[in-house]
Design a binder for this molecule. Structure first.
Ligand code: FAD
Ligand code: DHB
Length: 392
């Protein structure tokens, strides 16, 4: 049996940033993670960090490697009609994004925890949450050796992603879920080859969406829209490169640099939000409470914005005995969540090729793309959402 102030379920970006922010406020926390350290440090996911995310990580002292190795980007391309239409993020907003892999952020945060002796328990199982509607909730689980353990807390933070145990621990009648499915999935590829272009390219093509991104001067990250029922076994490396070639081609000619595929996987796309993001002494944050389709690059950034709010609310609740910020936590998060939901839906709808769209809808889509690329007002709207709206 262990006592702590905050029991954090999940060592993704949400759980780790929360634990570190709480530590800086002098609040104890224990992070429980189902996977091994090696697994979470290798899991390839998001790559785009909004400016507010970058600033937060720098302010709390875990941004050093990101500053050295992250790739600052001042613009991106929308590619359609066989040509690039650059959105100059910095000219339009004065801000930029940084391309730096989510697993690198996770590595940096785990190293920062280790450096300060902050507890993260990996490879836990059978995690169950109890007494959430009391002031002393508990977590029972098995540690990596299989021993039964119990964590007594003042608050539990559910940062365990979409498939975690936290959200399902809340009685169904307490939550309203908003769910939207898309007829698309992304096939993501990590390849050992230098990027073919200096910036990200979001491509609308009749064969489907494609995205050119990167991780470093030697590593390229690419995505292809595929049917959600597609199986990764059907996508040989040759087929992936051939499809990317076709979708990324331009009238001027574009040469895609190919190389060994290091990793490939298919991720379905959905939009999902539960309201409220709190039940009693359980607070949900990140993917445990909401999912966005990846086109707007918002998922990880939103998770970090949630826990920035949560750390402030928990500091007020646990240190100053003031429950006001905790009471408004869900409403304050949900304003940003819904903005990101809308932006992600807009980017997804504008850029993907919907197999169910009629000719009228396809014309509307092309008009939206052309307007976004040619109107300063429309491009600014895209840019200010993409680089990240200021924290409240
Ligand atoms: P997570 O990163 O999911 O972390 C949750 C943690 O909880 C995990 O480490 C998990 O192992 C752990 N956990 C789960 N259940 C339990 C349990 N019962 N007990 C203890 N621990 C548990 N976003 C983008 O912007 N761009 C992308 O390209 C992109 N690609 C993605 C690809 C995939 C396959 C997935 C799943 C997501 C992707 N996302 C992407 C979204 C982005 O990665 C997430 O929004 C982000 O990881 C959310 O962080 P989180 O900390 O809330 O959740
Ligand atoms: C990446 C992922 C995204 O979802 C996106 O919109 C842009 C880039 C990436 O993994 O690099």
């Amino acid at each position: 049996m262990t006592d702590t102030q905050v029991g954090i379920i999940g060592a993704g970006p949400a759980g780790l940033v929360l634990s570190y922010l709480l530590h800086l406020e002098g609040i104890d926390a224990v992070v429980l993670e189902a996977r091994s350290r090696e697994y979470v440090e290798k899991r390839v996911r998001a790559g785009v960090c909004e400016q507010p995310t970058v600033e937060l990580l720098r302010e709390i002292g875990v941004g050093e490697r990101m500053a050295a190795e992250g790739l600052p980007h001042h613009g991106l391309s929308l590619r359609f009609d066989g040509a690039d239409h650059r959105i100059d993020l910095t000219a339009l907003t004065g801000k930029a994004i940084t391309v730096y892999g989510q697993q690198e952020i996770v590595k940096d945060l785990i190293a920062a925890h280790a450096g300060k002796g902050l507890p993260i328990e990996f490879e836990v199982s059978d995690v169950e949450l109890h007494d959430l509607d009391t002031e002393s909730p508990r977590v029972t689980y098995r540690d990596a050796e299989g021993n039964a353990r119990e964590l007594n807390c003042a608050v539990i933070a559910g940062c365990d992603g979409f498939h975690g145990v936290s959200r399902p621990s809340i009685p169904g009648v307490e939550l309203t879920a908003y769910d939207h499915q898309y007829p698309f999935a992304w096939l993501g590829v990590l390849a050992r080859t230098p990027p073919s272009h200096e910036e990200l390219i979001y491509t609308h093509h009749e064969r489907g969406f494609a995205l050119h991104s990167m991780r470093s001067p030697e590593i390229t990250r690419l995505y292809l829209q595929v049917d959600p029922a597609e199986r990764i076994e059907n996508w040989s490396d040759d087929r992936i490169w051939a499809e990317l070639e076709q979708r990324l081609e331009t009238k001027e000619g574009f040469s895609l640099r190919e190389g060994p595929v290091l990793e490939k996987s298919i991720t379905p796309m959905r939009s999902f939000v539960v309201e409220p993001m709190r039940y009693g002494r359980l607070f949900l944050a990140g993917d445990a409470a909401h999912i966005v389709p990846p086109t707007g690059a918002k998922g990880m950034n939103l998770a970090i914005a949630d826990v920035r709010n949560l750390s402030r609310a928990l500091k007020a609740l646990l240190r100053d005995k003031d429950g006001e910020l905790a009471a408004s936590y869900s409403d304050r998060c949900l304003r940003r969540v819904w903005r990101a939901e809308h932006f992600s839906w807009y980017m997804t709808s504008m850029l993907h090729t919907d197999p169910n769209a009629d000719a009228f809808q396809r014309r509307l889509q092309l008009s939206q793309l052309r307007y976004t690329a040619s109107s300063t007002a429309a491009a600014t709207s895209l840019a200010e959402n993409y680089v990240g709206l200021p924290f409240e």
